[in-house]
Ligand binder design. Structure first.
Ligand code: NAD
Length: 353
């Protein structure tokens, strides 16, 4: 297969590309604007392959998207490019509407024009795979799970923009017959995760001897999925999923935020004890909650398990230890980001509107 991956220099996109280059014969082109969140250094292992290429471009730029489609002639568009951080969406929602909503519209429109120009076999095989989040379903109480039929109820500018893009994708499937797939996934973690997100933020701040900020009382629950397991799920869906279908992807690993932070502290206590002999957990500080912070997300992933045989391959405990080890061994990757683009400061407090 020939796969065009938008957002392939991001956290999940790069995991997908590394997987496709290392474990398949597929050819891949990454189409990425290289915003603050894009890192070509996450794609170093793929760059040596003749099956990998890169185009710098904006998904809002119809001409650039059309050119990339015409030049590469993909069988699959795996659409991951997005603004992805809830806290940034609170500070500046405009970029989220532009990239996530307008950009997805541009991707759909250009993909439709490209698809209409294919021969019948090409048309039948083509897939537009939209990668989305469980946050579109809103917030759960203590019980229950999101399924593929849960009503949309987004609460943040980020999740509202992703919900809008999901609706556009389904509309292009129903109205124009474009063979679309949608996946809604829970919180990912793992290597190459940008330091603004909870898990890398805590690891890096812990190592730097800084306070470990936990929003509110730390009781918010997320369902954590190791990023390489997500990449495997995406591959299964665009290779074997039924056009028009949605698949929920989850880690079956619900943890309170404070449990996640304590788990990281415990692993660091073992792998790299503090010089003063104290516990990393002593650095934990509770801070003002995120405005509109959703209480709990949890995914029922039984459909993708039954239909495609996918399930997570690592437990949260295995994945988080692997992740902490990666950050300890790859300081160059994250130090360059800290020096240039983001120094782990708090975002998204919405104090000034
Ligand atoms: P990320 O922020 O790490 O990467 C986003 C990538 O998209 C970056 O490489 C960036 O340069 C690129 N990009 C941004 N705007 C662009 C534009 N206008 N044109 C072209 N490229 C652009 O995000 P991620 O965490 O890897 O998430 C990837 C996708 O998966 C997103 O659509 C996100 O909504 C979804 N998702 C993420 C999670 C999670 O836990 N991170 C969970 C479920 C779904």
């Amino acid at each position: 297969m020939r796969i065009l991956v938008t957002g392939g220099a991001g956290f999940i996109g790069s995991a997908l590309v590394r997987r496709l280059i290392e474990h398949t014969d597929h050819e891949v082109v990454v189409f990425d604007k290289l915003t603050y969140a894009g890192n070509l250094s996450s794609l170093m292992s793929a760059q040596a392959s003749a099956r990998y290429s890169f185009v710098q471009g904006d998904i809002c730029d119809a001409g650039a998207v059309a050119n990339a489609l015409a030049a590469f002639k993909p069988d699959v568009v795996a659409h991951l490019a997005a603004e992805s951080h809830v806290d940034r969406s609170i500070d500046g929602p405009g970029a989220f509407i532009q990239t996530n909503v307008v950009g997805t519209f541009v991707m759909l429109n250009q993909s439709l024009a490209y698809w209409r120009g294919m021969d019948e076999a090409g048309k039948a095989a083509f897939r537009f795979h939209h990668i989305s989040t469980d946050e579109v379903f809103g917030s759960l109480g203590e019980d229950g799970f999101f399924t593929e039929t849960t009503a949309y109820d987004p609460r943040s500018p980020y999740s509202a923009s992703k919900a809008g893009s999901d609706h556009l994708v389904r509309a292009w499937g129903h109205t124009y017959g474009l063979p679309v797939l949608v996946t809604n996934c829970s919180n990912n973690y793992g290597p190459y995760h940008f330091p603004e997100k909870l898990i890398p933020l805590i690891i890096i701040r812990a190592l730097n001897g800084e306070q470990l900020p936990v929003y509110g009382d730390g009781s918010n629950v997320r369902d954590w999925l190791f990023v390489d397991d997500h990449a495997r799920a995406l591959q299964a869906v665009f290779e074997r999923g039924a056009p028009g279908e949605t698949y929920n992807v989850g880690g079956n690993a619900e943890r309170k935020n404070i449990e996640v932070v304590r788990a990281i502290c415990g692993i660091l206590d073992t792998l790299q004890p503090r010089a003063d002999g104290k516990a990393y957990a002593d650095q934990i500080t509770y801070v003002t909650d995120r405005p509109g912070h959703d209480h709990r997300y949890a995914i029922d992933a039984s459909k993708i398990r039954a239909a495609l045989g996918w399930e997570p391959s690592v437990t949260f405990e295995q994945g988080i230890e692997q992740t902490v080890r990666w950050y300890l061994e790859n300081q160059d990757w994250w130090q360059e980001i800290l020096d240039g683009r983001y120094a782990t400061q708090r975002l998204g407090v919405a104090v000034n509107g």
